[in-house]
Design a protein around this ligand. Structure first.
Ligand SMILES: Cc1cc2nc3c(=O)[nH]c(=O)nc-3n(C[C@H](O)[C@H](O)[C@H](O)COP(=O)(O)O)c2cc1C
Length: 339
């Protein structure tokens, strides 16, 4: 422990510590670097979804809703955006293609031409000139807040759902209907994600596969074998060209998982999130079992099934709002310091 304390005194010393004495971060570093390489490789290969395209189309959307909207924007990335569209257009999933085509059409209708924008417009025109223009009109471009559907859920209803959603570990043997699972995943896909890249998948397992993968996790002792469906939330580090975004797979994966678990509850199903610790031996087992790529990392697992009504639910007292919500004001701090 004293050893660790010594190396924790400076940032550079802790780098030495983790390089020479402790390999805990090695896999993460490997995955992040493999992700960056895969990101670069994917730029020239057609795919159903392009991380660069998704990010840049989203940046264009933000430019389009800017107040006031600038006459010239996205000059520094519009060329790479239409190049990505051109590379991927034949392979793109319909929703992504429609979104990209419609947002780009609105962008080029709005922006003032100059420099790279003219070059990008020409590429875009050549893409849509091949008959690849949008097939739906006006459905995938920015719209005013007032057009959102009215909420039917009141706060008491939502709070009750939050109270009902508990980690359930004991399930009936009934299988999880695929349609219900897909409905829950549909709700999960609506979760926010950084630059709308949605860098995760839910890998669905059942039967002995579910038991085997659940058994790799450390927190499933005693209940792994009776989990009807197991979802392994897998993050994709190839969505990012730089290390700075290495945590986003965990954030986005967790936000979507929360929506998934709440949705499951509304469908009469129950779930339990399961920790996926970063333990090299376990990572290797899961990689091999699911045939993951080096840039794919499990974020967590989720057990899903019909709850056994007689199964116990730990009370798990929650922290209070006072402990959790911390109002902060820099002016207040300055006043305190002046006292
Ligand atoms: C990231 C995460 C990892 C968890 N890992 C486990 C686990 O390995 N085993 C388990 O039985 N429960 C696990 N849980 C469930 C928690 O124990 C549970 O959410 C917590 O005690 C609060 O209870 P509640 O979910 O019923 O509100 C995990 C929850 C989260 C969010």
């Amino acid at each position: 422990m004293n050893f660790a304390r010594l190396f924790s005194r400076f940032g550079w010393l802790s780098t030495v510590y983790y390089l020479c004495f402790n390999a805990s971060f090695r896999r993460e570093q490997y995955s992040v670097l493999a992700g960056r390489t895969e990101y670069a490789r994917a730029l020239t290969a057609a795919s159903g979804s392009s991380a660069l395209l998704r990010r840049n189309i989203h940046r264009l959307e933000k430019g389009l809703i800017m107040r006031p909207r600038r006459a010239v924007f996205a000059e520094d990335y519009i060329f790479e955006t239409v190049t990505a569209l051109q590379t991927n257009i034949l392979a793109l999933e319909v929703a992504e293609r429609e979104w990209a085509l419609q947002v780009l059409t609105q962008y080029f209708d709005t922006v003032t031409d100059r420099g790279d924008i003219i070059k990008a417009r020409n590429i875009f025109l050549s893409v849509i000139g091949q008959g690849l223009q949008s097939e739906q009109d006006g459905a995938a471009v920015p719209y005013p807040y007032a057009d959102l559907p009215q909420p039917r859920v009141t706060y008491p209803d939502f709070f009750r759902l939050c109270q009902r959603r508990r980690s359930v570990r004991w399930f009936l043997t009934d299988p999880v209907p695929q349609l219900l699972l897909e409905q829950a995943v549909q709700a999960a896909t609506l979760a926010p994600s950084a630059c709308n890249r949605q860098p995760f998948k839910f890998i669905q397992l059942s039967g002995t596969d579910a038991a085997t993968a659940a058994g790799f996790a450390m927190g499933t002792t005693g209940f792994a074998a009776q989990i009807p469906t197991l979802l392994v939330v897998v993050g994709d580090l190839s969505a990012y060209p730089a290390e700075r975004d290495r945590h986003v797979i965990y954030i986005d994966g967790a936000l979507a998982s929360m929506q998934l678990m709440l949705a499951l509850d509304t469908l009469g199903l129950a779930s339990c999130p399961i920790n996926w610790p970063d333990v090299e031996k376990l990572e290797r087992k899961m990689d091999k079992f699911l045939q993951l790529q080096p840039w794919q990392r499990p974020v967590m697992l989720i057990a899903v099934g019909y709850p056994d009504p007689t199964g116990g639910i730990p009370f798990s007292a929650k922290k209070s709002v006072v402990q959790t919500l911390v109002p902060f004001s820099s002016a207040q701090n300055e006043n305190n310091n002046a006292d």
